[in-house]
Design a protein around this ligand. Structure first.
Ligand code: F6R
Length: 600
């Protein structure tokens, strides 16, 4: 919102400064002389701008948005801003509104016409509804957000309101206080060239911005609050990373939030997937790299909980190994962060042509995988900019574990007490991840500093945590270029080959059938001159005895083993990151590795 200056060109520049995060569509809305002006389209900002001239909207108040689809494919209708029936209110939103379906039904029953498939569109209609009932704009916004469940950062304008109302709930939102205007953004880089005076809003805050300034009411407590401005000295590059030195570290720390998002998924689609997998004659999970490791871990959970074999297959091997007999009674669940990895899509295409049912788990709505899958689930991790996958891996683990539990329930393989217990653990994962990162990061930095110059590493674990060993090793290989192996058995030959001075990292869950063998091998490796680093759960005295260095995760020993890959991978991601940094490398841009992106 600017005094005496058209805002559309500034919003356009601000959106471009957030381009690094990835997006699939964009748009702007402004208010001028009691009218709302909206332009939006699909694709890169430059492309949309060339077609529509986003910067020529009139007015001193406006909002803009680049979208990373969470509900509804990337289309013009689904692009933000979203408006009410009368075209008086425009809303941009980041986050996920969990109860949008029920709100939408309620609003449609009251005659509201929806134009998009997004969760966001319920917001302008809900505000409109409260205004129809007689509330003023600000009061209607407050009533509307009280009805929302989920995460939301909202910026809302109205043709008859000289200003803007913004709301923050579990999604980031900051105000920028400039000399001739107030800026609002989900990320500081959007307005950093204009001001470095920022106000960080807190959950429940409703910021009411008017020409003279702003005031904040917290809708959770119903009280007016003061939020102090602070001056930041970040460069644009630092601001993009929210103060972290690399995107990878930022994304490692984002994992609790991303895990919370996986608890907000629409269970109907996961249940449909569970049913299709349960009734398949043969079922496969197909993926590459990190996503394959998530499938490998999930296959144990599906076997153990649901007693159903869902074969994890590296995508490039699928056609050779199973291509000849995959058919109409087969189900193939493709797991791909990008939804665009060539080998995965090739396996999918082959199976599809032979009549198999295709399911998908991806982070990119609108990707090829979402277009070919009969049922898909979006894991809602937001864009991952660091090339090495971190937050998308743990989100995949969470989604796949939920799927395994649903399969077990649908097949009647677990009773309600066990099911409740398992769901309790699933819901505990975000806080547990936060605690594991907080409690272990310092020790991991120390371990990485001490061992950064070690030449060879072995990652050892068995059962479901073989996936953890493989993923821990892949991270170290990808970003620190450390020759390393991952194995479920560190036998004498391997130990001899690795030789004196190498490091063996053992992942010891408190329970597990091969625990005794692993403990013996760790002891033996130590006797032969390898340095043994052990990762263990609380109270694990045995692991202490066989290791040189012990990293204890604040994870209760009674956690079901099939869910332990999630907490155990966190220190290993950090270990790879800090070894890479210590070696003077850039973990965000490893050699020989690029991320698949959606080509529009
Ligand atoms: C690992 C990594 C790659 C990807 C693999 C699959 O850090 O980034 O190994 O996991 O290329 O990519 P998606 O999941 O996009 O199919």
């Amino acid at each position: 919102m600017m005094k005496g200056r058209r805002v559309a060109p500034m919003i356009l520049e601000g959106l471009k400064r957030l381009e690094y995060r990835g997006y699939d569509s964009c748009g702007e809305a402004t208010v001028h002389e009691g009218r709302l002006y909206v332009k939006k389209g699909v694709g890169e900002i430059d492309k949309v701008h060339a077609e529509l001239r986003l910067d020529d909207l009139p007015g001193e108040i406006g909002v803009g948005h680049t979208r990373w689809a969470t509900h509804g494919a990337p289309t013009k209708e689904n692009a933000h801003p979203h408006t009410d029936c009368e075209g008086k209110i425009a809303v941009v939103h980041n986050g996920i509104i969990e109860n949008f379906l029920e709100l939408r039904k309620e609003l449609e029953a009251r005659g509201h016409i929806f134009k998009s498939k997004t969760d966001t569109e319920v917001v302008p209609h809900l505000i409109e509804e409260f205004m129809r009932e007689g509330l003023g704009f600000v009061e209607a916004v407050i009533e509307a957000v009280r009805r929302l469940k989920g995460s939301f950062a909202l910026a809302i304008i109205h043709t008859d309101f000289e200003g803007m109302v913004c709301v923050k709930m579990e999604s980031p939102l900051v105000l920028g206080i400039g000399r001739d205007g107030i800026y609002v953004a989900s990320d500081i880089p959007a307005f950093l060239p204009y001001t470095n005076v920022v106000v960080q809003l807190e959950d429940g805050d409703v910021a009411i911005i008017r020409p003279g300034g702003f005031e904040v009411l917290n809708f959770l407590t119903g009280k007016w609050v003061k939020r102090k401005p602070r001056v930041i000295d970040w460069t644009a590059d630092m601001a993009q990373k929210e103060g972290y030195p690399h995107f990878m570290l930022k994304e490692i720390h984002e994992q609790p939030k991303c895990l919370r998002n996986t608890l907000r998924l629409d269970k109907r689609y996961l249940t449909m997937m569970a049913d299709l997998l349960c009734s398949a004659q043969e079922a496969f999970m197909v993926a590459c790299g990190t996503s394959y490791h998530a499938c490998l871990a999930a296959s144990y959970a599906m076997s153990k909980l649901a007693k159903k074999a869902v074969h994890p297959v590296i995508a490039s091997e699928f056609i050779e190994n199973y291509g000849a007999f995959v058919g109409p009674r087969s189900v193939l669940l493709a797991v791909s962060q990008s939804g665009e990895t060539a080998d995965t899509l090739e396996a999918v295409e082959h199976a599809r042509r032979r009549g198999a049912t295709i399911l998908g788990i991806t982070n990119v709505l609108g990707s090829k995988l979402t277009r070919v899958a009969k049922v898909y689930v979006c894991q809602q991790s937001g864009p991952e900019i660091g090339v090495a996958a971190t937050k998308t891996y743990t989100a995949q683990l969470s989604v796949l574990s939920q799927l395994a539990i649903l399969m077990a329930e649908r097949r009647g393989k677990i009773g309600h007490v066990e099911a409740e217990e398992l769901w309790k653990w699933i819901h505990a994962l975000p806080d547990m991840a936060e605690e594991v990162i907080r409690a272990t990061e310092k020790d991991v930095i120390k371990l990485a500093d001490e061992h950064a110059s070690v030449e060879k590493f072995a990652f050892v674990s068995s059962g479901v945590n073989l996936a953890t060993a493989l993923e821990g090793r892949l991270k170290l290989l990808e970003i620190a270029y450390a020759p390393s192996i991952a194995t479920s058995r560190l036998d004498g030959i391997l130990t001899d080959c690795l030789g004196d001075g190498s490091v063996a990292i053992f992942v010891f869950p408190s329970s597990g059938s091969a625990r005794k063998e692993l403990l013996d091998e760790a002891g033996m490796a130590r006797d032969k001159g390898l340095k043994v680093i052990a990762l263990a759960q609380e109270g694990d005295e045995e692991a202490k005895e066989v290791s040189d260095e012990l990293l204890v995760l604040p994870v209760p020993p009674e956690m079901p083993e099939v869910l332990t890959p999630l907490p155990f991978i966190l220190p290993l991601q950090m270990f790879a990151y800090y070894v890479s940094v210590k070696r003077g490398l850039n973990p965000d841009k490893p050699r020989n590795l690029a991320k698949s992106v959606t080509v529009k």
